[in-house]
Design a protein around this ligand. Sequence first.
Ligand code: ADP
Ligand code: TMP
Ligand code: MG
Length: 196
Amino acid sequence: MSGWIEVVAGSMYSGKTEELIRRVRRAQYAKLKVQVFKPIIDQRYHQTNVTSHNQNQVEATPLANIHDVWDHLADDTKVVAFDEGQFFTMELVPVCRDLAARGVRVIISGLDMDWKGQPFEPIPTLMAIAEDVTKHRAICTKCGELATYTQKIGGSADSQIEVGSQQFYEARCRLHFRPVVEALDESSRAEMTLTI
Ligand code: ADP
Ligand code: TMP
Ligand code: MG
């Protein structure tokens, strides 16, 4: 049987990890062998488990390099899921193709845009070659409309990659997004300290 590629894309807080966990659980109910992988650099909530912002979790194997997946892959695995696909580099693309060619259902979740509002590879390329693409949206922290962007509100302005959550990033709609590190005013910062 031929495999296929599914991508779950969107901004931060849009429910990508929740959706990945939902698909993994459904495959497990179908008694299919599932393996979940995440990049080793994402240890925000748990060292190994894939964890959503609201603490939903599923067991996963952290990878330092995407090619390490071949060392962990079991012969009878039918479904492979990658969370935080944006951190695996473009090398994720041939790996997903190869897995699908072997008959595996491949699920990737990740950011389609970075904090500058630019395409965040390899997710846009994977969206192009996937059989199925879902784009999720969060809620804009400024106005409550649907959010497609991730606003950077702290941390470094020098790099595309910086692991973090509410201390660095907020979900924003097109109207309220700016491609800069937007410093929070003091009252918002105090409010955030209370909620983190
Ligand atoms: P993602 O992986 O896309 O960043 P998660 O699946 O980890 O998202 O988390 C989604 C959860 O984040 C939501 O169900 C909600 O509980 C929480 N959340 C926090 N901030 C927001 C927001 N601005 N918009 C929507 N959900 C949010
Ligand atoms: P999330 O989509 O599951 O919330 O996680 C996104 C991760 O990506 C989080 O660790 C922050 C990081 N990130 C970057 O490294 N660069 C970016 O431009 C953005 C928006 C997020
Ligand atoms: Mg996530």
